[in-house]
Each structure stands twice: as structure tokens, then as C-alpha cells.
Design a protein around this ligand. Structure first.
Ligand code: C5P
Length: 312
């Protein structure tokens, strides 16, 4: 069994560090009118789930990157890569002049609305903090992470949390037990900015956003009640994602037919999240989705799980 350890202690500089960071599903996602910075204010409830990005950072003079695993060929390896950007941001923040070789193993669907790129950035920050011996506080890593993408602080924090602002201001949510999900993956991804832009077009940027997270959802989480959680799932971006990827309607219908307690588009899509009554039920939903041929593949995962952590 793998032992998960907490962050590095200052002064210890290992030759190589492996960090694991989770993907997420938004249990609710309320979107406000776009601001002058091009970002939308959000009220969202994130849950970290057991699909992981692994990042191994090895001491090196230069900063280099390799990506492997499902969908690796779709991940940019140029300077736009979020892990490389995270490494540069951490070096700048700490004044470190070392490099590293980063090896990413994908486990979160690429361009799937589950924040795989943000998980890479989060894992890289934790890995390089340990490798370089910079010993930053978790809050500092979150502040550096927030400059890279709205979902990076949550990938660092994990568990279940209410996100406000751009989604990067986090308040932990109380949760009892585990929830079991089937995720239907689509062969072609969706662009997050495109889904937000289409959302603005169809709502004419005229829509309300609640002050806080839904009380029914938060109460279901506290009670560990999957049935009530399923009924409380919501996503303002869903209509936009379904317009841009209409085939997802069939995927969602198949998940409902398989008895899912709730079915939503995950984040900006196109991954479909279906909540099961149990782990066994989630496996049955994933099997039904695969057999129905309504997705590229289906995987199961449970949440909540912790944020980015050093493995070895
Ligand atoms: O922060 P991140 O780079 O992950 O966001 C990708 C894009 O998603 C942004 O450039 C923006 O178009 C959109 N977005 C948004 N409002 C948010 C988060 C993301 O409009 N709160």
C-alpha cells in the first residue's frame, strides 16, 4: 500500500519526489455575470475524486517535461503547459534557480471538465516545493496556484469545499462518508472558455447567482445522503455544454436509465458525472454506459479525497 505523507520539511532535498493530485467534480456550479477581467464570479461546491494526476519531479539543471497516460498526446508540452507554468511561478516566487524534470502520468480525463491540468499544476507546486526545499505554507502554494488557474487552489486543498470568487476562494464543507461516481468520458474535449462564452450568449449575460451554496446540497453532504445529494446536483454551464456537444444528452439519459441518483455535466464538460447508491452501483452504471456505447469509456471514482500530496 502507498503511504501518503504530508508536505516536505524545510532543508531536506530529495533527488526525486512523486506527488499525486486529484481531479474534481462540481456538485453545484452557479455562474454570475462575466467581469471586466473575462472571469465569471462563481458559487460552486467542489468535490475531489479518486482519479489522479501523478507528477514525478527529478533534480535537473533545466526545466523539462514528459507526459504519459490516456490522452497524453492531447496535452501541450510547450510553455503553455500548466505544470511548466507552475514550476516557473514557484521559481519566481521563491527565487530558486534550479530546474527539474517533470514526468506527468495522466489519470484525469484531458479537457474533460475535471481540472486535470490544474491537478498537474498543484502536484508540480507540491513536488518542487519538496524537491527544492522551499518549505512554503499551503496558503502560499494556493496563492501561487491561483495565479495559474481558478481550479488550482482546490486541487491543492482537495476534499469537498465551497468555491467563491473565480472558484479560488475556498471554504471547507462538512461531509459524512464517501460518494461513488461513474464518469462517462467523451472522445473529444470541450474548451472551458468556449463553454463560458456560449453560456454568456444564451443567457445574454443576464442571470442571478445565489449568495452561498445550496442548503439542500450542503445538508445532503453533512448527512452522507447520496439520494438527496443526487437530487441537489446542479450546473449552470450544463445547457451551454449540451449545446456544444449535443450527443451528451444521450449519455445522460443512459446514466439515468441505469438508475443514477443524479446526473450532471462535470464543470464545463464534456465528462458526465453520474452518482451511484454505492460503489457497486457506480460500477454497474459505468458498465451500462460502456455497453450502451454512449461514451468513449467510463470510469468509477469516489470522493471526497485529499488534495495534492507527496507519495514518495
Ligand atoms: O482559470 P482557468 O485558466 O482554469 O480558466 C480557464 C478559462 O475559463 C478562463 O480563461 C475563462 O475564460 C473561464 N473561466 C471563467 N470564470 C471562472 C473560471 C474560468 O470565465 N471563474
Amino acid at each position: 500500500m502507498t503511504t501518503l505523507k504530508h508536505l516536505s520539511s524545510v532543508g531536506e532535498q530529495p533527488a526525486s519526489v512523486l506527488v499525486r493530485a486529484p481531479g474534481k467534480v462540481n456538485l453545484s456550479l452557479h455562474v454570475g455575470p462575466v467581469g471586466p477581467d473575462g472571469y465569471h464570479p462563481l458559487v460552486t461546491v467542489f468535490q475531489a475524486v479518486s482519479l489522479y494526476e501523478d507528477v514525478r519531479a527529478t533534480a535537473s539543471e533545466d526545466l523539462t517535461l514528459a507526459v504519459q497516460g490516456p490522452g497524453a498526446e492531447l496535452v501541450p508540452t510547450d510553455e503553455s503547459n500548466l505544470a511548466l507554468r507552475a514550476a516557473r511561478a514557484l521559481a519566481e516566487h521563491t527565487g530558486v534557480e534550479q530546474g527539474a524534470h517533470l514526468e506527468i502520468t495522466k489519470g484525469v480525463p484531458v479537457a474533460g471538465g475535471m481540472a486535470g491540468g490544474s491537478a498537474d499544476a498543484a502536484a508540480t507546486l507540491v513536488a518542487l516545493d519538496a524537491l527544492w526545499g522551499t518549505g512554503l505554507l499551503r496558503e502560499e502554494l494556493c496563492a501561487v496556484g491561483a495565479t495559474l488557474g481558478a481550479d488550482v487552489p482546490f486541487a491543492l486543498t482537495g476534499h469537498t469545499a465551497v468555491g467563491t470568487g473565480r472558484g479560488d476562494t475556498l471554504t471547507p464543507a462538512m461531509v459524512h462518508g464517501q460518494f461513488h461516481w461513474a464518469f462517462a468520458l467523451r472522445s473529444e474535449g470541450l474548451s472551458t472558455p468556449a463553454v463560458f462564452r456560449h453560456f454568456d450568449a444564451i443567457t445574454e449575460n443576464d442571470h442571478d447567482m445565489p449568495d452561498g451554496a445550496d442548503t439542500a446540497l450542503m445538508s445532503a453532504l453533512r448527512a452522507g445522503d447520496a439520494e438527496r445529494l443526487g437530487a441537489a446536483l446542479s450546473n449552470d454551464l450544463q445547457a451551454s455544454a449540451l449545446d456544444l456537444a449535443p450527443d451528451l444528452r444521450e449519455t445522460m439519459a443512459a446514466a439515468r436509465t441505469a438508475g443514477a441518483l443524479g446526473v450532471i455535466v462535470s464543470g464545463s464538460g464534456p465528462t458526465i458525472a453520474a452518482l451511484g447508491r454505492s460503489r457497486q452501483h457506480a460500477l454497474a452504471i459505468a458498465a451500462a454506459l460502456t455497453v450502451a456505447g454512449v461514451c468513449e469509456s467510463a470510469v468509477c471514482a469516489s470522493g471526497p479525497v485529499p488534495g495534492a500530496r507527496v507519495v514518495v
